[in-house]
Each structure stands twice: as structure tokens, then as C-alpha cells.
Write a protein that binds this ligand. Structure first.
Ligand code: DX5
Ligand code: ZN
Length: 225
């Protein structure tokens, strides 16, 4: 009865075969394609930019249905990249509020380009950032690892934080997605969805598996969806 969306993270895909990897996870049941952007400044790693987003865009479809690209910006500053990702076909753009000089301006910029807007909170980032932003958000992305690398261990103390954000979302009466990113796997996914998440990022749990279809099905089963 609960809607659960699975968002495989390309961070753990074979970068030499990205188009084929996107096609494979979509055929295997992915609902979104999670696209991690790292800048070697906000986080100590470097990944992909708008040109790569544009290059995978034609692969982000199931039949004639587009599969949204969920861009997670781990960059500082944020604003200059937003029009480039909008142009490159991003459906959702999320950013870390402490990486933006003017959070409200960044949110307005994303929305003005017709893209859905998300705020990302690290494990130690307080929920007070939602105080004057929640009404403008389409998505809250809670990190369950510290950003920068795939394959890290899920941080359990994020679970009560997921519950708290779910309560705040319910209080708005709006359909704001609650996405959790980092260390999600078939063994812990039930706790994550029971806490209130509806959108699950999974990098190594999908791309580290031999059979993407089985890996995504195991996440969906585990989630109780
Ligand atoms: C971490 C990234 C995540 C990462 C998740 O900084 O934001 O999206 O790819 O990978 P796993 O699922 O392996 O923790
Ligand atoms: Zn991510």
C-alpha cells in the first residue's frame, strides 16, 4: 500500500559503460536514477558533471516513459551548476544548505527552472534548516552516511531523524518525498521505510550485485512494498 521508490546511485556503476548501466537498472525496476555530483571541495571526491547528466539522459526512459534523474549536488558553491543541470535534463536537484550562501535564493532558482527542489541534511546537520524551507521543497534527502563515497555503513542514529522529518512532512499536508541515502540494503531497508522514508537510494546494494533485478526486488520486498 505504501509507495516506495528505488533510486540506484550511479556512483557504484561502471563509469566506462554508463548508458548501458542506466538501461540495465531501469529494466531491473529502478524508479529514479540517482546522480551524485562531487567537487573535491565540499566532499573529498570527484565524480561527474552536467555533461555526463546530458549524456545519460536519452537512456533514462522505460518505453516512452521518462525515468527521472535525481541530481544530488555535493558541491560548494551551488548556484552556478543549477542552470546547467536543468538544461542537462535533471528532474530533481537537491543541495546541502550549508553549501549555499543563500538557501532561499537557491531554492527559488531551482524552481524557476521547472525542476523539483530538494534539501539534503547530513547525519549531523540539524533539522532547523527545514524551518523556513519545507513549504518550498518537493523532497527532503536525509544522508545516512557522511557524503563522499559509496559503500559506507548505514548510521543507525539517523532513524529517529527520519521519523521526525516524516512527522514534519505530514504536518504540511503536502506530498513531499522523504529520501534516504547511504548504506541502504535489503537487511536494513525495512527499518528505513518504517521510520517514514518513501524513496531509497542504493548504490552498492544494486550495482554491487550480479543481478540488478534481484537486488532491486530484494530492496522492494525488504521495504514491505
Ligand atoms: C554518498 C552518495 C550516495 C552513495 C550511496 O555520498 O550520496 O548516493 O552513492 O552509495 P551506497 O548505497 O553504496 O551507500
Ligand atoms: Zn547521493
Amino acid at each position: 500500500n505504501q509507495t516506495i521508490r528505488i533510486a540506484p546511485s550511479l556512483l557504484s556503476a561502471d563509469f566506462a559503460r554508463l548508458g548501458a548501466e542506466v538501461t540495465a537498472v531501469i529494466e531491473a525496476g529502478a524508479d529514479l536514477i540517482h546522480f551524485d555530483v562531487m567537487d573535491n571541495h565540499y566532499v573529498p571526491n570527484l565524480t561527474m558533471g552536467p555533461m555526463v547528466c546530458q549524456a545519460i539522459k536519452p537512456y533514462c526512459r522505460r518505453g516512452d516513459q521518462p525515468v527521472p534523474i535525481d541530481v544530488h549536488l555535493m558541491v560548494k558553491p551551488v548556484d552556478a551548476l543549477i542552470p546547467l543541470f536543468a538544461q542537462a535534463g535533471a528532474s530533481i536537484i537537491s543541495f546541502h544548505p550549508e553549501a549555499s550562501e543563500h538557501v532561499d535564493r537557491t531554492l527559488q532558482l531551482i524552481r524557476s527552472l521547472g525542476v523539483k527542489a530538494g534539501l539534503v541534511l547530513n547525519p549531523a546537520t540539524p533539522l532547523h534548516w527545514l524551518g523556513h524551507t519545507l513549504e518550498q521543497l518537493d523532497l527532503v534527502l536525509l544522508m545516512s552516511v557522511n557524503p563522499g563515497f559509496g559503500g559506507q555503513t548505514f548510521i543507525d542514529h539517523v532513524l529517529p531523524k527520519i521519523e521526525a522529518v516524516r512527522r514534519r512532512i505530514e504536518a504540511t499536508g503536502r506530498d513531499i518525498w522523504l529520501e534516504v541515502d547511504g548504506g541502504v540494503n535489503a537487511a536494513n531497508v525495512r527499518r528505513v521505510t518504517e521510520a517514514g522514508a518513501d524513496t531509497l537510494v542504493a548504490g552498492s546494494a544494486v550495482f554491487g550485485a550480479g543481478d540488478y533485478h534481484r537486488a532491486i526486488a530484494a530492496l522492494r520486498d525488504g521495504a514491505g512494498a
